[in-house]
Design a protein around this ligand. Structure first.
Ligand SMILES: Nc1nc2c(c(=O)[nH]1)N[C@H]1C(S)=C(S)[C@@H](COP(=O)(O)OP(=O)(O)OC[C@H]3O[C@@H](n4cnc5c(=O)[nH]c(N)nc54)[C@H](O)[C@@H]3O)O[C@H]1N2
Ligand SMILES: Nc1nc2c(c(=O)[nH]1)N[C@H]1C(S)=C(S)[C@@H](COP(=O)(O)OP(=O)(O)OC[C@H]3O[C@@H](n4cnc5c(=O)[nH]c(N)nc54)[C@H](O)[C@@H]3O)O[C@H]1N2
Ligand SMILES: [Mo]
Length: 776
């Protein structure tokens, strides 16, 4: 079979540069196959680039515009058959006419505040074709705005708590302690949630040099001790020679409290630092020492919660004073119930040690979870598409999407405010996959059923596309030209086109431009520029920045020809924490008091029981039970970025019998008669999924780890109810509840499950089969 559109015969080509969130590479056609090579300057390339090799022509690509049959036949309106309906192929003209008319109808009848355009998601690395920017710009220019979402699934809790206590997320995570400082100065890295290399190999916008492994190796060789407090030994590479502390998930705050308690009762805390640079210590100390509740938060109290011995905790505490100590907290800890607390408490621990603001010391929130962190910042701006002005004021914290759709008009708390959920009729998604990122997928399905219309641009038939009413096929990154760049990576990449668009796929930009034409806002959206002209326009900011610094500032054509450009970077100056330590009066922190807030009268004033005015141990509501006795750790996948290219060669090569692999301790497996390689069923009250089991002592007992990212593959019973996900998407199990009333972040990292061997007939895997269009 040689379909000239879907399977063009490709002549051999020279390698051309391109970039992804997981690495810079070059791609070439050789003997009809796509080959990829990491950038020669990358010391530790990411195997994820292999996911591209089979992606372009994969059958799961969306090849033509499609409309859900029920929507086409009955028109817009709530519909519980989303996710189970057939699709009808339509022409581009027809699809764009339908979308434009429906946007117009919703705007006329309900206003732009009935359109949800948050469109959360990572999309692709190129800065111009960044789908989320494109859809926001389109909705702003065409409708005058849309209901947006704030914060991220990555750092929903920390983005809100950090500004109350230290400074912005960016300042505390991105412009703080660097790997260079760790190599040179740090004695102990106390890493809550570890520093998994799989995670720090990724950065949105691209990453050209993966330096984390070598930095850890060099620091360890100098004598730096890495302490991996995590349910998984694999949250550090062997190169770090880390010590593994197997604390029960979700108990980090108890452990941190006990460490600080031991410092305080032995007078080992840095009282001078606390007095000069911090505020609110006394309130916190009352709690720590149990002056009000009669419970000292000491090692004997924490040990049974954390599953450690008191002696182990005391020993950890006494290894810290007098050393250059860096405390880190991975994003995962705050993607959980009461996720604000570990983020805050870690700052208090670092403050009690007097380490904040020292080279290689203090608190580097999220260092090791993404390649953005621990790097120098660029000294010139990189391209980004202006999104325009959003005239709609309504917003939600991003992970409250299902709550919003299910409870329009009902009030919710967020960071001291109480607001009603907007009433959404139409949702527009480009560059994200809510059936990857959101929790409790059966509930999410009910939420999307409430919409009048759901429009999705996708490269592949994700579960999100399969729940949409109108699916528009868009190009994937290799099919277009773009500029790759990130604020902490010195390499600007000329992302060359590697292949012609698959099927009828079009760039998001061109789709939005044609819709804008129909809505009479073409000029506002395009500003008269083609994609190529936009690239030149956006590059100009970087070129000007270089010229202003008296540096070589090549023209766009020279940059494009060269394929890359190395940007100057700022000094490794330690950011706002160092500046504050060096000059507390002149460079106060951007907090209410200008100091580190050990406790916060502002937060106390909100009166939230689930987020008091100082960091505290708040027992989880959703811990293991006799029926569901295991912790499920639903973490980031090592074989792909989120759900992107789950059908890719590398991702698929790591599945077994086509299913995602979960890992559990041999002891837990033996108790359930589970052997290595068995298909298992993970379940709780919310749902169930299948996976292939691997047994390993690198997972602590009581924990099952199943990464996110396997495309949701619901199996239906005769009445149309979902019995399980046959592929292994853990979000059918996770709980859809905010971290607290303060931040309302995503809490999908941990939940409670039971697991059993699955001896039933294995349902066929359909996640990577596209729906077959029907004729109406
Ligand atoms: N249980 C649990 N859930 C989690 C997490 C967890 O730890 N546990 N982690 C959370 C975190 S941190 C995050 S960031 C989220 C990630 O959630 P998402 O960012 O939504 O996940 P992605 O798979 O990256 O989704 C990107 C989508 O964009 C599509 N895409 C790529 N390029 C383009 C393009 O050019 N145009 C268009 N239109 N589409 C494109 C891809 O095909 C893909 O479907 O997941 C969250 N969910
Ligand atoms: N390969 C790959 N890399 C990625 C991503 C990806 O999808 N794939 N996603 C990227 C994105 S968007 C983000 S936001 C970051 C996310 O970074 P993180 O959210 O930090 O990543 P995770 O892998 O979910 O979690 C890290 C580890 O935390 C541990 N952990 C879980 N719960 C607890 C707990 O309660 N206590 C302690 N001490 N440890 C716990 C788990 O063992 C887990 O492996 O990763 C980025 N990097
Ligand atoms: Mo994330």
């Amino acid at each position: 079979m040689n379909d000239p559109v879907l399977n063009p015969v490709r002549p051999d080509t020279d390698p051309k540069p391109h970039s992804a969130h997981w690495g810079v590479f070059s791609a070439a056609w050789k003997d009809g196959a796509l080959t990829v090579q990491p950038h020669p300057g990358d010391p530790d390339p990411n195997p994820l680039i292999e996911n591209f090799t089979n992606a372009l022509d994969h059958p799961v690509r969306v090849t033509a515009p499609m409309v859900r049959r029920g929507w086409l036949e009955r028109g817009p309106g709530p519909d519980a058959s989303r996710g189970r309906d057939d699709y009808v192929q339509v022409s581009w003209e027809q699809a764009l006419d339908l979308v434009a008319a429906e946007l117009q109808r919703v705007k006329n009848q309900h206003g732009a505040q009935a359109v949800f355009g948050g469109s959360y998601g990572w999309s692709s690395a190129g800065r111009f074709h960044h789908a989320q920017s494109q859809v926001h710009r389109f909705l702003n220019t065409a409708l005058g705005g849309y209901v947006r979402s704030v914060n991220s699934y990555s750092a929903g809790a920390s983005a809100v708590i950090l500004p109350h206590i230290l400074g912005s997320m960016d300042d505390v995570a991105r412009r703080n302690v660097t790997w260079e400082q760790i190599v040179a100065h740090t004695d102990v890295v106390l890493a809550f949630g570890g520093m998994a290399l799989k995670n720090s190999r990724v950065a949105s916008g691209g990453i050209s040099r993966h330096i984390e492994r070598e930095s850890m190796r060099q620091a360890a060789a100098r004598g730096c001790r890495f302490i991996n407090i995590s349910p998984l030994a694999s949250d550090f590479p062997d190169d770090a020679n880390a010590e593994w502390v197997q604390a029960v998930p979700g108990t980090d705050v108890a452990l941190m409290l006990a460490l600080v308690h031991e410092l305080v009762v032995n007078d080992l805390h840095d009282k001078a630092f606390l007095a000069e640079f911090c505020t609110g210590w006394d309130t916190f100390e009352d709690y720590l020492l149990g002056r009000q509740d009669g419970q000292a938060k000491d090692a004997h109290w924490a040990a049974p919660l954390c599953g450690l011995t008191p002696a182990h905790i005391l020993d950890m505490a006494h290894r810290l004073p007098g050393k250059r100590v860096l405390v880190t907290v991975s994003h995962s800890l705050q993607r959980a119930e009461h996720g604000e607390q570990p983020v805050w408490m870690a700052a208090v621990l670092a403050a009690a040690l007097g380490q904040l603001g020292l080279p290689g010391g203090g608190y580097a929130y999220a260092l090791g979870t993404l390649a953005h962190y621990g790097k120098r910042s660029n000294a010139v701006p990189v391209a980004s598409l202006p999104q325009g002005v959003n005239g709609v004021k309504d917003y939600i914290p991003v992970a409250r999407i299902a709550d919003m759709l299910l409870h329009p008009g009902q009030p919710f708390d967020y960071n001291g405010k109480r607001m009603p959920y907007p009433h959404i009729r139409l949702a527009y998604w480009a560059g994200g996959n809510p059936f990857h990122h959101h929790q409790d997928l059966k509930r999410l399905t009910r939420a999307f059923a409430t919409l009048d219309t759901f429009i999705v641009h996708e490269i592949g038939w994700t579960a999100t596309a399969r729940h949409a009413d109108i699916v528009l096929p868009c190009t994937m990154t290799l099919e277009r030209e773009d500029i790759g760049g990130a604020p902490t990576d010195p390499l600007l990449v000329a992302m060359h086109r590697i292949a012609a668009p698959n099927g009828q796929a079009r760039d998001d930009y061109d789709i939005f431009a044609d819709l804008s034409e129909r809505l009479g806002t073409h000029a506002a959206f395009t500003e008269g520029r083609s994609s190529g002209e936009w690239l030149r326009h956006l590059y100009e900011k970087t070129r000007q920045g270089l010229q202003d610094k008296g540096l070589e500032a090549p023209s766009f054509d020279a940059f494009w020809e060269r394929g890359e450009l190395t940007l100057p970077q700022q000094d490794d100056d330690g950011g706002i924490l160092r500046a504050f330590r060096d000059n507390p009066a002149g460079k106060p922190l951007p907090t209410p008091t200008g100091k580190v807030q050990i406790s916060s009268p502002v937060i106390a004033g909100f009166g939230y029981a689930d987020c008091p005015g100082h960091p505290a141990w708040l027992p989880p509501q959703d811990g293991p039970t006799p029926e569901h006795p295991l912790f499920l750790v639903a973490n980031q996948p090592a074989t792909r970025l989120h759900s992107q290219f789950d059908f890719g060669a590398h991702s698929v090569s790591q599945k077994r019998q086509g299913r995602e692999v979960c890992t559990l301790h041999p002891q837990d497996a033996a108790a359930r008669g589970i052997g290595d390689g068995d298909i298992v069923r993970l379940f709780n009250a919310r749902g169930a999924c299948l996976a292939s089991a691997t047994l390993s002592t690198a997972v602590m007992p009581g924990v099952v780890q199943l990464p996110t990212g396997a495309w949701y593959d619901p199996v239906f019973d005769a009445s149309g109810n979902v019995t399980l996900c046959g592929h292994g998407n853990p979000n059918i199990l996770t709980r859809d509840v905010g971290t607290s009333s303060l931040a309302q972040g995503c809490s999908g990292q941990l939940t409670a499950v039971e697991i059993e061997r699955y001896d039933g007939e294995l349902p066929p895997l359909r996640a990577f089969d596209p729906p077959r269009p029907v004729t109406p």
